[in-house]
Design a protein around this ligand. Structure first.
Ligand code: SF4
Ligand code: SF4
Length: 443
């Protein structure tokens, strides 16, 4: 298949990066690359849907990779998974026999799935500061994105569902193929209901996820996990701290121990990100060179400093995230040179084992969801957000009282802008359209 056709199919079927950021995949794939990496690390504790897809949809993934390899002139195709998943490793090794796709085994550390960490583990190279992996000839893609590309190319099937892990304080933790737009409340019910009186919902993984207070909030193309916690779980307290609390506590408690820097995965790759200096600036306003603050842009928001490194329970991650947001609002783009960075010598000894992280987060009691616990979904109502991706919101193509069939295009990319299309995930009647959403009901 020609690259143009591949890119067009991906665009038409509304595929976005399912790994978290939601970058429109048709833009990412409009290129050639030397190394194409499927990110099967799934390094956020408790999440399991990528492993499920790697095990159950292996042939689709391999076929999609063969299409991508030919279209984008890829020289080296790699699927990266953690070596601890022995059954999955054996399954993939046997499925990949005779194929020109390599299997790369990662150690069990966090964040093995950070795309810049992954690129270094596989190629030995470091993505320059402020650049994307393509700068050194690599493209990294999430497992579900590849499956969605297969469905788009082979069956003209749009993205109308999302594989996610629902676990924590629910009766039957499960992998769920959730229709886009169904509610978190429905997901919890499908898992047999909650086991705690005061459930708190964490969307995504324990490190990078966020607390969702609205149980009627919809699943989007980016919802990788729904983790139910008891209200008194320490992670809830840490995730609900406000920036002003972090800053107040930081002024009193940050002892400049530098652990947040010494364990930061991006610092260890050789990037000039030193969160302890950013915290010092926030706390004391000392005369620190401007570029120290600008380097907050290099933060991946992996959350290791907040969840593991900081002995004072402070959150350099949140501080960096806020600085990055303010750069975007002000239209300021810090400039980084393309100079090669040298990996820090201690890197290999400072990778944080995932099981230690799980214990530190007090999540070790929640076992991994087995792939036999799988649920398909048939919601009666869905709420499709017009922003489920990086870029501008999609523009609705339907109006109230229109009837739509499952898979119909309901929102288009704004002319000339970065964005993604969205499709009806159920058949029914449009009952609401506004600037933020389209609601479809079967009634
Ligand atoms: S969140 Fe913390 S540990 Fe992770 S990249 Fe940013 S500063 Fe480093
Ligand atoms: S780890 Fe915590 S206490 Fe130590 S320098 Fe970083 S923010 Fe300050």
């Amino acid at each position: 298949m020609q690259k143009d056709l591949l890119v067009e199919k991906i665009r038409a079927m509304g595929v976005v990066g399912a790994g978290g950021a939601g970058f429109p995949t048709h833009v990412k794939f409009n290129t050639s690359c030397e190394v194409f990496i499927v990110n099967g690390a799934e390094c956020e504790p408790l999440l399991a849907s990528d492993k499920y897809l790697l095990e159950k949809e292996t042939n689709k993934l391999i076929k999609a990779l063969e299409i991508i390899r030919a279209a984008c002139q890829v020289r080296h195709c790699v699927i990266a998974v953690k070596e601890k998943n022995i059954n999955l490793v054996n399954h993939l090794a046997s499925a990949l026999k005779g194929k020109s796709i390599d299997l790369f085994l990662l150690k069990n550390f966090y964040p093995a799935g950070d795309e810049q960490v992954l690129v270094h583990e596989i190629t030995g190279k470091v993505v320059p500061e402020g650049a994307i992996p393509l700068k050194i000839g690599c493209v990294v893609s999430n497992v579900e994105t590849i499956k969605n590309i297969y469905d788009a190319v082979k069956h003209n099937h749009p993205v109308i569902s999302r594989y996610l892990t629902c676990t924590g304080e629910v009766k039957n933790p499960s992998i769920i193929q959730a229709k886009i737009g169904m509610s978190i409340r429905d997901i919890m019910q499908l898992c047999g209901g909650v086991l705690t009186d005061d459930p708190v919902v964490l969307i995504g993984g324990p490190l990078m996820g966020y607390i969702e207070k609205d149980l009627d909030a919809p699943v989007t193309k980016l919802t990788s996990g729904v983790i139910i916690l008891a209200k008194n779980h320490p992670l809830v307290a840490s995730k609900t701290k406000t920036l002003s609390t972090i800053i107040r506590q930081s002024k009193a408690a940050c002892c400049q121990c530098t652990y947040c820097t010494e364990l930061c995965p991006r610092y260890l790759l050789g990037h000039n990100l030193e969160p302890h200096k950013i915290m010092r600036q926030i706390n004391l306003g000392l005369d620190i060179p401007e570029n120290v603050i600008e380097n907050a842009q290099l933060c991946s928001e992996c959350g290791l400093c907040e969840a593991y490194a900081c002995i004072m329970n402070l959150s350099p991650r949140m501080v960096n995230q806020t600085i990055k947001k303010s750069f975007v609002e002000k239209g300021f783009k810090p400039q980084f040179s393309d100079k090669k960075t040298k990996v820090r010598e201690m890197r290999d000894y400072r990778k944080i084992p995932s099981h230690r992280l799980l214990s530190r987060l007090q999540l070790a009691n929640y076992k991994r969801v087995p792939s036999s616990k799988f649920i398909e979904t048939h919601p009666k109502k869905v709420e499709l957000l017009l922003t489920q991706h990086i870029g501008v919101p999609a523009q609705p193509l339907v109006k109230i009282n229109d009837r739509v069939a499952e898979g119909d295009l309901v929102a288009e990319i704004a002319e000339g802008k970065l964005g993604a299309r969205h499709h009806a995930s159920i058949s029914g009647k449009v009952i609401l359209v506004d600037e933020e959403r389209i609601i479809i009901s079967q009634k």
